[in-house]
Write a protein that binds this ligand. Structure first.
Ligand SMILES: C=C(O[C@H]1C=CC=C(C(=O)O)[C@@H]1O)C(=O)O
Length: 410
């Protein structure tokens, strides 16, 4: 049993708005220094929340198992697992779904369940209204200047031309001031409104800090019908006013860049000796104010005798060639040597597993995200390089990508 002691309990006197409900649960978690994740799935309206009663229990070494028997919770994985950026899996001691606002799925035997119920019966008001978000104790990452980023792109292009790598995805961090009175929950809600097709998330955990994002990229999902999905997403251009996505014209550079990501996914299926997958695309996909090229892959797990496909693919895919490069190991080594900063949880992955239903998992690549570091936010973005990359263009592509989550700071 994955959640033996979890029961559905009523939330008497729950505040009327979903926003206030989420705020109360967040307040409880943060006052008790517990890890918490709030998210909104693409194409849905209502957020969901997972809270763990123990920060230690959220520390995990391996990527989660994506089988119905595996524990239920929320995965929050860094780009590269390390002591600075621990891989987290938040056990679902509390699960709340704004679709069922007066109900909580609660680990009732845990002693903290009593404290939570007492808190919700008479919630504490915070004196200054500011939630005590978890903050990373790591130094602020180096933020590359345009000329530093140009040098990184040039080194990447040389590595491609010399055959060291086929493709590499360079990235950078940027600092932006938080507006006065910045409220991360309101920012989460504004991202939900602005990007209905994104996976919008707000995760706060001891050791990891607080991360807000609106990701366009599925890493691995398994839905209620037992369909496994992943995608190859790459190539970027702005969606200009009046332009129809179907009219987008892609350059050879972007077509090749995206084809490499598709090829990598196919090679993972091959490694697992799986032939029965559907491949659709590449097609133009909208991600906020940007367009990407996307190929979708699907496998019906009810017709293919491969119960661990989700788990196996997750371990093979992360980090995908959409965030690292190809060949994977050579690209990751290149980034380790040259990128010059710690990506932390940017380009890691995150999402619910077996939550609320067993057998369902929705993991996304942590893109278009920021980390709270009051009085600033640290924003992250990267660009896939090929032999034809131009440093100035790659810089402006990172600027465009940064503006997706920067919308939450306005
Ligand atoms: C690495 C990022 O995007 C990836 C996903 C879509 C398009 C990409 C590109 O065009 O380079 C990237 O591979 C990012 O947003 O930081």
């Amino acid at each position: 049993m994955s959640r033996p002691e979890v029961e559905s309990v009523a939330w008497p006197n729950a505040p009327e708005s979903a926003s206030e409900q989420a705020r109360q649960l967040l307040t409880f978690a943060l006052l008790h220094k517990l890890p918490v994740a709030l998210w909104r799935l693409p194409g849905t309206e209502r957020p969901q929340l997972c809270l763990s009663f123990s920060a230690e229990a959220a520390l995990t070494g391996l990527p989660p198992a994506l089988t119905p028997e595996a524990p239920a919770g929320f995965a929050f994985f860094p780009f590269r697992d390390s002591d600075h950026n621990p891989a987290l899996f938040l056990p679902a001691d509390v699960f709340w779904d704004a679709d069922r606002p007066t109900e909580l799925q609660l680990s009732t035997t845990a002693s903290s369940a009593v404290a939570l119920r007492a808190f919700l019966a008479s919630p504490e008001e915070l004196a200054d209204g500011q939630l005590p978000w978890h903050l990373s104790s790591q130094p602020l990452p180096h933020t590359a200047t345009q000329s530093e980023y140009a040098a990184l792109v040039e080194t990447g292009v040389e590595a491609i031309r010399s055959g060291e790598v086929l493709k590499v995805v360079s990235s950078r961090a940027a600092r932006r001031p938080l507006p006065a009175g910045f409220d991360a929950l309101r920012a989460f809600e504004s991202l939900c409104q602005r990007y209905p097709q994104a996976f919008v998330s707000l995760v706060s955990a001891p050791g990891a800090g607080t991360w807000l994002g609106a990701s366009p990229e599925v890493l691995v999902t398994i839905d209620e019908a037992g369909i496994f999905r992943t995608m190859a997403l790459a190539g970027t251009q702005p969606l200009t006013p009046g332009m129809l996505p179907s009219q987008a014209i892609w350059r050879q550079k972007e077509i090749e860049e995206q084809a490499l990501v598709s090829r990598y996914i196919v090679s993972c299926f091959k490694q697992l000796r799986l032939r029965e997958y559907d491949e659709t695309g590449p097609r133009t996909a909208v991600a906020g104010e940007l367009l990407h090229l996307r190929t979708d892959f699907a496998v019906n797990l009810r017709t293919v005798p491969f119960p661990t496909l989700g788990t196996d693919m997750l371990r093979l895919l992360h980090p995908t060639s959409a965030v690292g490069g190809m060949p994977r190991q050579a690209a990751l080594e290149f980034l380790h040597r040259h990128e010059g900063y710690d990506r932390a949880y940017y380009s890691g992955f995150l999402g619910p597993v077996n939550l609320p239903q067993r057998g369902v998992a929705r993991l996304f690549v942590n893109l278009r995200c920021l980390q709270l570091r009051p009085p600033e936010a640290v924003l992250y973005a990267g660009t896939g390089l090929t032999a034809d990359s131009d440093p100035a263009r790659e810089w402006s592509e990172t600027e465009m990508k940064l503006s997706t989550v920067a919308a939450a700071l306005r």
